[in-house]
Write a protein that binds this ligand. Structure first.
Ligand code: SIN
Length: 486
């Protein structure tokens, strides 16, 4: 397939290593497939440990002078990169839709979202402050400085191939670190295009490296190489646990943005129209393939039937199709096996007594397309209560009291995002404080932005991305004890 972009320099079929575009050492390649059509749209190198090791060495070399550069210099380069990303937004969004499937409007929104992290951290680079601590004795002075952690490995997912990469790489570079990134094999093109723009922004060679290929081998090198001092990962909880264990051998710092099982609670006194609108975006954005997607809709008895009716009417208007078509609002899932997994969760619920009032399985478009689905008569015994669905399926549970819904919402090993709708101000505080989640949306279904801390508790991970806290994950605290003053 011929890709048609305004700026063809963004189409890459090589890895980016120490400022060079290279093939894999064994010349093997990996197909990148459009999930909407199953067509191969490009190939990228299928690399392993040797290429990764070379990148880590290059990053280690480059990081030392980058750390010594002024914060203002780092900030200016990040700002140049941000401007280039914005300038090339249409091309990048097109590439993203081709490899990931999401509707073009969503891809374009992801580009702005991803770029906002580069802009934000270009500013935060200049605000990495230390501390002076009151002295413990007359002849001492106690000072704290913050220094970049060093080489950072970034393993990024396919659901937001642009934004998740930038949310990690921008704070790392702002802090004075260098990165070696492994994008998901299904969506490497967005990451490689971003590296091309980093090169055009005159980011010195070696500071950003992108490797594609054998996930296990690359992961093993990134987690065991002692020169890598931190690993940041967005993906599933089982993989996150393995990475944390693998990093323990060299005691690396980790930040993990893992799975979720978000409750979306609607109380009797909620503004129903706004709750339905919130549920729709939070559940069906990116075809339900978002860690912060509402997973379990939990609605109070007094408005349950009305909410289900309004939600079903809204969901019925969604249009499933190829993300490049302007009418599409729900694209394909990432591949047919993901679609089969989601359908098997619907089947599990139906076999245990759930009623499917809309959708219910594979779309007539087949392949990776799943029908937007609404399920009622759902119970805790069903997989849709305990597992992350990662597809366009909304199970609507019912509750009676505030205590009951808090217990239901917290009855999961996950703790990333939760949502609730109410007009009662006392309840806003009570419920927000009792939900065991890192992010709580109150009368709001879209919670992510670069200024706010993104991250979870429990098995949803550790660390925070974005916001004034996001750069801390890439910094070490050093304490200087200065004696001999008096
Ligand atoms: C994710 O799904 O991991 C990220 C979603 C977001 O940033 O809103």
């Amino acid at each position: 397939m011929t890709l048609l972009l305004k700026n063809n320099s963004l189409i890459k079929s090589q890895i980016y290593s120490a400022g060079h575009w290279l093939d894999s050492v064994n010349s093997k390649t990996l197909d990148v497939v459009n999930p909407a059509t199953s067509e191969v749209i490009a190939t990228v190198p299928y690399c392993g440990a040797p290429e990764t090791r070379k990148m880590i060495d290059a990053a280690y070399q480059a990081q030392h002078s980058w750390a010594r550069a002024t914060a203002k210099h780092r900030s200016m380069i990040l700002r140049n990169w941000f401007n280039l990303i914005v300038r090339n937004k249409d091309d990048l969004a097109y590439l993203l839709t081709l490899e990931q499937g999401k509707p073009l409007a969503e891809a374009s929104a992801e580009l702005s979202y991803g770029a906002s992290y580069v802009e934000w951290f270009s500013e935060e680079a200049k605000r990495v402050y230390g501390d002076i601590i009151p002295q413990s004795s007359k002849d001492k002075r106690l000072v704290v400085i913050k220094q970049p952690i060093g080489v950072v490995a970034c393993i990024t997912p396919w659901n937001f191939p642009n934004a998740m990469l930038l949310r990690k790489v921008a704070p790392a570079l702002a802090a004075g670190c260098a990165v070696v990134c492994k994008p998901a094999n299904s969506t490497p093109l967005s990451a490689l295009a971003i590296a091309e723009l980093a090169e055009q922004a005159e980011l010195p060679p070696g500071l950003i490296n992108i490797v594609t290929g054998n996930t296990e081998e690359i992961g093993a090198e990134l987690t065991s190489n002692p020169l890598v001092r931190k690993l940041t990962f967005t993906g599933s909880t089982p993989v996150g646990k393995k990475l944390i264990a693998a990093c323990s051998g060299t005691v690396k710092r980790t930040s993990m943005e893992l799975g979720g099982n978000a409750p979306f609670i609607v109380f009797d006194d909620a503004d129903l129209e706004s709750a339905v609108k919130g549920a729709l975006v939070s559940k069906y954005r990116n075809a339900g393939q978002t860690c912060v997607c509402s997973n379990r809709l939990i609605v109070q008895g007094g408005i349950y039937d009305q909410f289900v009716e309004m939600l079903t009417n809204a969901v019925a208007k969604l249009v499933v199709g190829n993300g490049l078509e302007s009418t599409t609002t729900v694209g394909p899932l990432i591949n047919s096996s993901a679609a089969e997994d989601v359908c098997s969760m619907i089947d599990d619920a139906v076999s245990k007594g759930a009623q499917c009032i809309l959708g219910g399985g594979m779309s007539s478009l087949r392949g990776s397309f799943v029908e937007p689905t609404v399920l009622v008569n759902v119970t805790r015994e069903m997989r849709v209560f305990s597992e992350e669905i990662f597809g366009p399926v909304a199970p609507v549970f019912q509750f009676d009291t505030e205590d009951e819904v808090i217990e239901m919402a917290n009855d999961t090993e996950f703790g990333l995002a939760a949502y609730f709708y109410t007009k009662d101000y006392g309840r806003i505080w009570r419920v927000a404080e009792r939900l065991d989640y890192g992010i709580v949306g109150i009368n709001e279904g879209i919670i992510s932005n670069e200024m706010a801390p993104f991250g979870g508790v429990k098995e949803s991970g550790n660390g925070r991305e974005g916001s004034k806290y996001g750069i801390d994950d890439y910094l070490e605290i050093k304490y200087l004890c200065i004696g001999g003053i008096e």
